[in-house]
Design a protein around this ligand. Sequence first.
Ligand code: TYD
Ligand code: MG
Length: 444
Amino acid sequence: MAKLRTVYVCSSCGAEHPKWSGQCSACGAWNSLVEDVVGAEAPVVAKSVAVNRLLNPSTEPLPITAVGTESAPAQSTGIGEFDRVLDGGLVPGSVTLLSGEPGIGKSTLLLQLVGAWPETSLYVSAEESAQQVRLRAERLGIQRDQVLLMSALSLTDIVAAIDKTAPSLVVVDSIQTIADHSIDSAPGSVVQVRECAFRLVQEAKARNIAVLIVGHVTKEGSIAGPRLLEHVVDTVISFEGDRLHPLRTVRAVKHRFGSTNELGLFEMTEHGLLGVPDASHMLLADRQAGVAGSVVVPSIDGQRPLLVEIQALTSKIATGLTPRRSAQGLDSSRLAMLLAVLERRANVSCANLEVYVSVVGGIRLSDPGSDLGVCLAIASAVADRPVKQDLAAIGEVGLGGEVRHVPHLERRIAEAERLGFRTIIVPTNSKIPASTKASTCALR
Ligand code: TYD
Ligand code: MG
């Protein structure tokens, strides 16, 4: 039996330390060191070595123009919204990490993916029994013999199964529950997660197959896994959403074979995840007419225009009490800043008001182009006067109270027009496309 020793591993960069400390001396992250027990003879792979082992070192320097560019084309997964995020599909020999909170729908998406894959695929579940996965597959209408199911916890068993069945796509669900038993460390520990992922990368490259691994993250992002693996894998896909709403967003955080600009949208239904080609329509479906505090914003996520409704509600509280500010789907410090700008630059005071702002549909807005819409929604709520039903607002708001230009104006206007908005507020001196039929109103 190998002698055990305790080490402290940074869950952000993977560096190992003999003693615990509040900050990782390698990457500077705070509170990222987690205790791990490893066997003295276990192959502890430093991050830099792990990364270097993946490269195909070229023998001699070449002029950049003389270096070959041929690479395997991406293979369509059969799921349009996923292909969109991957810029075409999965590349043979690549490893993709799908990260997301537990319960968000990762297993469902990947089961649908193996179901749509045109060749032999292997789905390894290390969290559910093969029977449970089969039942779910039936619900999702997956009945093909080319989909191989296996319930396994050991990396050795998984590699043996890949050897035996020669699939062109392997899904491992999840990296935190499998283990390489030659390493004396629990599944989910930093060392296990890193070694298992590294081994899967080697298998993918050696056999030229696409491997997808699931990694759970918590809201605090504290579990060893996704952050640690970002260096090792080719592609990192983040799967997000609010479990109380059906909409799910999928985006590439890192992609070695294409752009990371595309957003994929799915709706969780009782028959699994369905692609949402027209999200704006879906997000505005329940909008009520004539309600104060509601403003529609043509936002852009990646390359994709999305019309979202922002709702604000204010209510009076007794003087002396601290009023509550609640931001859902929106950064709370951004909301605080916009409230300050409204007060100082636009004479809209929320000093004795509780302010609730919410982005409808479980969407998270990080686009500064929605600032103006947030301000208008709050002003409309304070005045208790609805804005025109067919009004949409575009613009970033600066600390001076100015409305600033935002990228992709043309695409935003086009999306608003498509959904019937006829009055669009835009920043001053905006270049309005000649095709625009809606009346645009430029602010100072
Ligand atoms: P799951 O894929 O198990 O999430 P994860 O692997 O990320 O932990 O799915 C989570 C939820 O999705 C589950 O609570 C039930 C729901 N769900 C549906 O609404 N419809 C479906 O068809 C399926 C299969 C799941
Ligand atoms: Mg799962």
